[in-house]
Design a protein around this ligand. Structure first.
Ligand code: PBS
Length: 283
């Protein structure tokens, strides 16, 4: 049966596009595991809550302060990058991505991270108390870190956000968002045939959709025997905060009868979904 999910990270993702010396935009979003709970669009002064539990257990006052810290950060970030462009002779256009967050670990501990990517590649990260350039960063990565590390105030704020605020805030939203994180939505499953893999061959397709949470187990079986040729696709998101998976098996036309697709998911309890292949599925 599917492995349960232990990881409950809180993740902030930022995309900043710098087109030229006058046009840029920054958009931010944040997720609790696979649920998007915040959005912060370029044209909005404030961080927008997407869930009733987004504020966690922080008071209005605490949230207001935190938001102010982020507002100062966003303005300063843009100004700093423009400065870096001049100093490091970087060319427009480019994209910067920032990802940061934290996760609870067993034993009342937590782990935090902050990484910055330039044109999709890691350039620097925050480690312990300072900025460190990535192993295969361009030469100016080191230079950027040296400059950033001179700002003691920012280093302290980043440590505070990563190691104090993030884990505390996460603990709160795990409480307020508990019922949504624990929601169970049953999958639907159906069979069809895919494009023929060759003469006299059939591609049996089993589609499973609408399930939550993500862990699922789907395989083609003959009786109780799992078919080793089963090909799993990626588990991909639907638009409604549920997941979708496609699982195929390439067989000769004669082998198809007697095969079934079996689905195990936490929402189904012991009642696995079993769908049998028959000629009506071949079209
Ligand atoms: C084209 C080259 C690209 C290079 C990539 C560089 C990536 C840099 C990432 C840097 C992120 C921090 C940017 C802002 C920071 O430098 C600084 O200007 C401001 N600091 C803060 O806002 C602190 C919070 C940072 C949170 C990061 C979360 C993702 C403003 O700093 C000034 O004010 C603060 C107080 O508000 C302090 O007094 C600080 O000493 C002062 O410099």
């Amino acid at each position: 049966s599917p492995a349960p999910q232990r990881h409950l990270p809180l993740r902030y993702l930022q995309i900043s596009s710098f087109a030229n010396s006058s046009w840029m935009r920054t958009d931010g979003l944040a997720w609790l595991r696979d649920l998007q709970a915040y959005t912060w669009r370029n044209d909005s002064d404030t961080i927008c809550f997407l869930k009733p539990w987004s504020q966690g257990t922080f008071s209005d006052q605490q949230w207001k302060q935190l938001q102010q810290t982020f507002q100062v950060y966003r303005r300063s970030f843009t100004r700093d990058i423009r400065e870096f462009v001049k100093m490091l002779h970087v060319d427009y256009p480019f994209e910067i991505q920032v990802s940061a967050g934290c996760e609870e670990l067993p034993g009342n501990t937590s782990e935090s991270f902050l990484r910055v990517a330039f044109q999709g590649r890691d350039v620097l990260s925050f480690q312990g108390t300072s900025w460190v350039s990535a192993p295969d960063a361009p030469p100016w990565g080191q230079m950027a870190c040296t400059v950033l590390n001179q700002d003691q105030g920012t280093r302290e704020t980043v440590q505070w956000l990563l190691h104090d605020i993030c884990p505390r805030f996460l603990r709160g939203i795990l409480e307020t968002g508990k019922s949504e994180l624990e929601k169970q939505v049953k999958p639907e499953a159906w069979l069809s045939s895919g494009p023929s893999p060759g003469p006299g061959r059939l591609l049996l397709v089993c589609r499973v959709s609408g399930f939550y949470p993500k862990p699922v187990w789907v395989t083609w079986m003959r009786g109780e025997r799992e078919q080793s040729g089963t090909q799993q696709g990626d588990i991909v998101p639907n638009a409604d905060e549920t997941w979708y998976l496609r699982v195929t098996l390439d067989v000769t036309a004669g082998e198809a009868t007697g095969l079934s697709c079996r689905v195990k998911h936490s929402s189904l309890g012991d009642q696995d979904i079993i769908l049998y292949w028959d000629r009506s599925h071949a079209s």
